[in-house]
Design a protein around this ligand. Sequence first.
Ligand code: ZN
Length: 316
Amino acid sequence: MKRLIVTALGLLPFGAAALAEAPAAPLPFVLKQVGPGVYAAIDGPEHKAGSNAGFVIGDDGVLVVDSFINVDAARALVGEIHRLTPKPIRYVVNTHYHLDHTGGDQALRDAGAIIIAHKNVRGWLRVNNVNLFGDRITPEIRTRIAALPLPDVVTDKDLTVWLGSRKVVVRTVLGHTGGDLTIFVPDAHVLFTGDMLWRKIPPNLIDGSVKEWLATDEDFIHMADAAQAIYVPGHGDVANATDVQDFRAYLLDLRRLVSEGRKAKLKDDALTAFVEPKLKALHPDWTISDRAAAAEVRYMDKELAGTKKRPVPGED
Ligand SMILES: [Zn+2]
């Protein structure tokens, strides 16, 4: 009783105050079971999680895929995992370095996880993430990026992680950043694609190669159990092989339209004005903002011109 009164006066240290019986905040994501012990955490309508994440519960522990954009969202995910299983959180696999997928890594590490990432992520995490924000960068975001925990285990090859008898396959793929991983759970036919797949939302091409991206997504469609596969995209709702086809069609349309505009000598705003309405008409069920369309056209134009800058791998 005494404790509750003190809590109400706000005199307890933060950690204890957090235990006070305030109504729980709504989760910033929607948890969806996509297989036995396999969950997708889909960014909520207010986009407070920043991206999708997920996790796999094995015999002797849990592997988490991505950590959202900040530690608050990641802590909420840890809370949901602890609600579902007493097994320890052993790993978090970052699908790529972008802050909306790595911003909560510290919360996973605090929960006991080893951070696994592509080898290029270590060099890019605290440096290249600043570029994602362009003119929207703030001192607070800079500080957060500079303090991101670096991955513990890195690879440029495929990895198999065993959660007891449960097999999880981590694969290196090409297209989104130059340091991308996917996570496959063979016994549940679930593929966590990271940002190699977006569902009905324009992808961020800032570090991408559409050419490589299309090839990787072609492989997704032709993987052994594609007909029954469930794809957890980096952004947008849980997907199937038809959604992967739809995403590829979007990228192909973007590339074709930008190419046509370039042939007509259109540049910058004129090129966007040529492409955007056609792209929207071809994909009426997609949510395409003007800002996203302009950025996509700019990056696609650069890729076709051969002047696209992509992150450069470091020494290690
Ligand atoms: Zn990304």
